[in-house]
Design a protein around this ligand. Structure first.
Ligand SMILES: Cc1cc2nc3c(=O)[nH]c(=O)nc-3n(C[C@H](O)[C@H](O)[C@H](O)COP(=O)(O)OP(=O)(O)OC[C@H]3O[C@@H](n4cnc5c(N)ncnc54)[C@H](O)[C@@H]3O)c2cc1C
Length: 377
């Protein structure tokens, strides 16, 4: 029995995959999550899972949990395509579906719920991490409400605004790249489905009007629908605050209906089929986000506190790689802690940083292709 105690802050994609891997290896693992439950905030809708993510899921999850992830994933799509705003095709890549059981996209909530399978005693919701102190023989965690906990190793899997990172790497730089996204969803009833351009139901499609405004469309067609909702088309509209016609102050203060109106107005001169999709969307599901990226990832002296996922390599969603990289980290860290305990951390950090640097640079390049020049400071 491995006596190592690991505390993970953050029950997102990476933190939960790590918790599954460590629990299966007999490590005493606890996850502390600030949200009161698994479905509290708008965290986005659809996540594309690539070969890296699939390998990491297979390496990290116990078979029963992996099966739940596959069962609750989306039916695989086979298309990546670009259009202008008149729906003229600009490029198209087809990826034949060879393995019908492969996971190539998931609904974030269904995915997170599958990853929580069997972790009832491991994940502690309602624990907002506030800070830590490294002691002679471990780490003491402090929570916002005054509670404390101890562990041999602390893993910050607490996302782009990581407080664990703030303690470990206070000078780490995260920049706003100048692009805003408004996310929404179109419930795919039979009547609506017939009106959606067929390509939009096959994979990720991006239409752009040439000014820097763009819209992405991607289906979530469930293998096994959650009780809470059914199939939908994720719609995301992108542009700078200037192109969206609203300052950040205004945009982030808008209610969902008014926010969706920004998308309706932004696509007003676009192809009628796009306008129809936008008009039929569930406006109450709209929410805005700011695209951020780190500028560089420097190694730090290895100790008992480490980082994973967006906490250490926040990147734009342009390469669809953030969650996949968090899963990759989780698989690496599971193996390192399982096989070598605290001594495995140095190698984990070296490999994780090497991989993340490449992916962050790629996601930045793709953001420039999709959105035009992005801010770097
Ligand atoms: C709209 C959108 C679409 C995306 N699409 C894709 C895609 O298609 N493919 C892809 O690979 N990636 C995608 N990404 C990126 C991906 O979602 C992230 O890279 C991924 O979720 C990172 O996982 P993580 O575990 O590092 O952090 P997160 O999933 O962000 O989880 C962090 C967790 O930490 C918790 N937390 C934060 N602070 C504290 C605290 N102080 N105390 C306790 N808990 C705390 C949060 O509540 C959260 O649950 C997308 C992102 C967005 C926003």
């Amino acid at each position: 029995m491995n006596a190592l105690q690991v505390a993970i802050v953050g029950a997102g994609v990476g933190g939960l995959a790590l918790a599954q891997g460590l629990a299966a290896a007999g490590v005493d693992v606890r996850v502390y999550e600030r949200d009161p439950g698994p479905r509290q905030r708008n965290q986005g809708y659809r996540i594309h899972v690539d070969a890296t993510g699939n390998r990491a899921l297979a390496a990290t999850l116990p078979p029963a949990v992996h099966r739940r992830v596959v069962e609750t994933a989306c039916l695989p799509g086979d298309l990546l395509a670009g259009f202008d705003s008149a729906l003229t095709p600009l490029f198209e890549q087809v990826f034949p579906v060879t393995d019908p059981d492969a996971v190539n996209a998931v609904d974030r909530f269904a995915f997170r719920r599958a990853l929580l399978t069997g972790l009832d005693d491991v994940v502690h919701f309602g624990h907002e991490f506030a800070g830590y102190t490294v002691t002679d023989d471990g780490v003491e965690l402090r929570f916002a409400d005054g509670r404390t906990a101890t562990a041999d190793v602390l893993v910050g899997a607490d996302g782009v605004g990581s407080r664990v990172r703030a303690g470990l790497l206070p000078d780490f730089e995260v920049v706003d790249i100048g692009v805003r996204c408004v996310y929404g969803k179109l419930p795919l009833t039979d009547a609506v489905r017939a009106k959606v351009p067929p390509a939009f139901l096959r994979g990720f499609c991006f239409a752009s009007d040439g000014t820097g405004r763009g819209a992405g469309f991607a289906p979530v067609l469930f293998r096994e629908r959650p009780e809470e909702y059914g199939d939908y088309l994720m719609v995301v509209f992108t542009g700078t605050p200037e192109l969206l016609g609203h300052s950040d102050e205004e945009l982030f203060a808008l209610g969902p209906d008014a926010l969706w109106q920004v998308v309706v107005e932004g696509t007003a001169g676009w192809h009628p089929a796009i306008r129809e999709v936008v008009a039929a969307a569930d406006a109450t599901a709209a929410f805005p986000i700011t695209l951020r990226s780190c500028t560089r990832i420097d190694p730090w002296p290895t100790g008992r506190v480490t980082l994973l996922g967006d906490a250490v390599h926040p990147m734009t969603p342009a390469a669809g790689a953030g969650a996949n990289t968090a899963l990759h980290d989780a698989a690496l860290l599971t193996a390192a802690l399982r096989d070598r305990g605290v001594d495995g951390l140095a190698e984990y950090e070296r490999e994780m940083i090497g991989h993340a640097r490449e992916v962050v640079a790629d996601s930045r390049r793709r953001a420039e292709q999709m959105f035009g020049p992005t801010r770097t400071e």
